[in-house]
Write a protein that binds this ligand. Structure first.
Ligand SMILES: [Zn+2]
Length: 599
């Protein structure tokens, strides 16, 4: 129940909380908070900035979003038409305003999202702009303030928008390493990929009064659980009660709270040398901005890997899968979705039998749970000790239910995090096997901080000083998949899929008709050859004919061969170089979406 901010020219507006008709100027003077009931109306980014920063102190970053339609997305409207309409409707170039300013005379860099612009969705340009704001904070040695308002990642940019969760997170990581404060201000609503990355992996998380935040939206949770949601579910007070935010702050007090935080951070600064070292790493990453378009070459090779090239199709996203009649059965994106979900497909535990040796399973998050949807432990790969972490589904209904269909709870993500950190301490490389429809969208998962659990894993992987190879083996479902897939090398089985949203979910929102799932599957570019061409995936791992489920042992042998080709070279690279290259790898996805401005 949130009021919308009044538009220009309207004298009166009705509060969505108490239905009182309010004189617009009076409402505006009250920071768009209803004087009768206290409902906080949503604010556009320009109004938000006017309220937060010292008058006249805001300077927009010079970078401008370019016209991008990286996957040629069409639902009932082409994506560029939706972008044009959003620009005309808001007067903004994108769903975020970034710049530098002072708050209470303390300098900071800011990124303020605007929900009016395509639901504040996180696309390549938005991710790149926020990243540049973070880099500006690093260069100026000031704090970063992120004001979030978003429905999640931008479906119309497919997996490239999913990658932005990693891109922005690694910019947050660089500030963390430099001892600079990051603060996010959650405003209504903050969901999906934004909630599960930079909205919750900053140092301090503030929720504005009345804001709602969560990984899964209430509609999805009701659909999945078939139950009514608890009162006040996902509201700021709920988040505070469940330990997910530092404070709930009414709009009139936001400025003074930020001032106090910025003052504290400014007073206590880290010694110089540590910061300089980090900036050298970040500086190298920054130089990658000028690399031309997606898909650029991988950071360690001059050309796409041979396996990728052989699996990729000749040109242009719209010609995907053309000219390979022998592959017809699975060349259709929807057929690939069904193959990826096939219950006979080898699971992580199957691959641990067939592709690895001597698996020793480790359990538990050490905080109170052991999620059955994530398995992990020590194993050997042709003599190399490795840490393997993967989603676990099952072949029968009973197995699937016992494993929650491979949908990890926050405890599952925290178990994975514990094992990643253990691997780093022991100097072991990490191999992840990704096969999940998505993270668990339940009430308990939200109470236990699903968004922050995913966000923390993404952040940790951008900092992990040991090689990481991720393999999408079945379903790579959005943020739940990315929580195990921020890696030095990302491999993908030929009949796996990797997507920012399920085709059914995308169809329900954009067409809007769940029956349009096959069209949505095609539009999302979620197959291995498509993603290889976009640079999201480095190499396509072949499957036995016709697919892995028909010869699980053979699939295990092919996976083992792919890992043995990809892992050993990474063992030669120093930890600092690994981390730098991993960040370059994810950084490149936003570069095409933004033109550098004159400095
Ligand atoms: Zn009211």
């Amino acid at each position: 129940m949130t009021a919308t901010a009044p538009r220009e020219g309207q004298l009166w507006s009705r509060c969505a909380g108490c239905a009182t008709l309010l004189y617009r100027k009076r409402l505006h003077r009250n920071l768009d908070v209803c004087p009768e009931c206290g409902t906080h109306a949503r604010l556009g980014a320009p109004d938000r900035l006017r309220q937060l920063v010292d008058s006249g102190s805001f300077t927009t970053l010079p970078d401008r979003p370019a016209e991008v339609d990286p996957i040629g997305f069409v639902d009932v409207l082409p994506y560029p038409h939706r972008l044009t309409a959003a620009r005309a409707g808001t007067g903004l170039a994108e769903a975020v305003l970034c710049g530098t300013a002072t708050i209470g005379r303390h300098p900071c860099a800011l990124a303020v999202m605007d929900f009016r612009f395509l639901g504040g969705s996180l696309g390549s340009a938005v991710g790149e702009l926020i990243t540049r704001a973070a880099e500006r904070a690093l260069a100026d040695r000031v704090s970063l303030v992120l004001v979030t308002a978003s429905g999640g990642a931008r479906m119309q940019e497919g997996a490239l928008s999913l990658m932005q969760m990693a891109t922005v997170s690694q910019a947050v990581a660089a500030l963390r390493e430099a001892g600079l404060l990051t603060v996010s201000v959650l405003t209504d609503p903050t969901y999906g990929g934004v909630a599960a990355s930079f909205a919750t992996n900053t140092d301090v998380v503030i929720a504005e009064s009345g804001a709602r935040m969560g990984f899964a939206g209430p509609r999805v949770i009701r659909q999945v659980t078939g139950r009514a949601l608890p009162d006040g579910f996902q509201t700021a007070d709920f988040l505070l009660r469940h330990g997910q935010v530092d404070m709930v702050v009414p709009r009139r007090a936001l400025r003074s709270r930020l001032t106090a935080l910025l003052a504290a951070a400014r007073a206590a600064r880290r010694p110089e040398p540590a910061r300089r070292r980090v900036e050298q790493v970040a500086g190298a990453a920054r130089s990658e901005i000028d690399v031309p378009a997606v898909p650029p070459p991988g950071p360690t090779t001059a050309a796409p890997p041979a396996a990728c090239a052989s699996a990729a199709v000749p040109s242009g996203p719209t010609t995907a899968d053309a000219g390979r009649p022998a592959d017809n059965a699975v060349s259709d994106a929807w057929a690939t979705v069904r193959a990826a979900r096939h219950p006979g497909r080898p699971t992580t535990l199957d691959y641990l039998e067939s592709a690895f040796d001597d698996f020793v399973e480790l359990h538990g998050d050490r905080l109170g749970g052991d999620c059955p949807a994530v398995v992990g432990g020590l194993a050997r790969l042709a003599g190399h000790p490795v840490m393997v972490i993967g989603h676990q589904k099952g072949h029968t209904t009973a197995e699937l239910v016992a494993r929650n269909f491979g949908m990890a709870s926050p405890a599952g993500h925290r178990k994975a995090l514990r094992l990643m950190r253990l691997a780093a301490r022991l100097g072991l490389p990490v191999v992840t096997l990704v096969d999940t429809p998505g993270a668990d969208p339940g009430v308990a998962a939200e109470q236990q901080g699903q968004a922050a659990a995913i966000a923390e894993n993404i952040l940790a992987l951008t900092m992990l000083p040991t090689p990481v190879v991720a393999v999408i083996t079945g379903e790579g479902g959005s943020g739940g998949a990315l929580a195990l897939a921020v890696a030095d090398r990302v491999l993908m089985l030929r009949h796996a899929v990797y997507s920012v949203i399920s085709p059914e979910g995308c169809a329900a929102i954009l067409w809007p008709d769940r029956g349009a799932a096959p069209q949505a599957a095609r539009a999302l570019r979620l197959t291995a050859p498509d993603l290889c061409r976009l640079g999201v995936v480095d190499e396509v791992v072949p499957e036995p004919e016709p697919a892995a489920q028909d010869d699980p042992e053979g699939a295990g042998r092919l996976l083992r061969a792919a890992l043995l080709a990809n892992l050993p070279p990474l063992l030669e690279v120093t930890p600092a170089t690994l981390v730098r290259r991993r960040r370059q790898r994810f950084r490149r996805f936003g570069a095409a979406g933004v033109r550098a401005g004159a400095r």
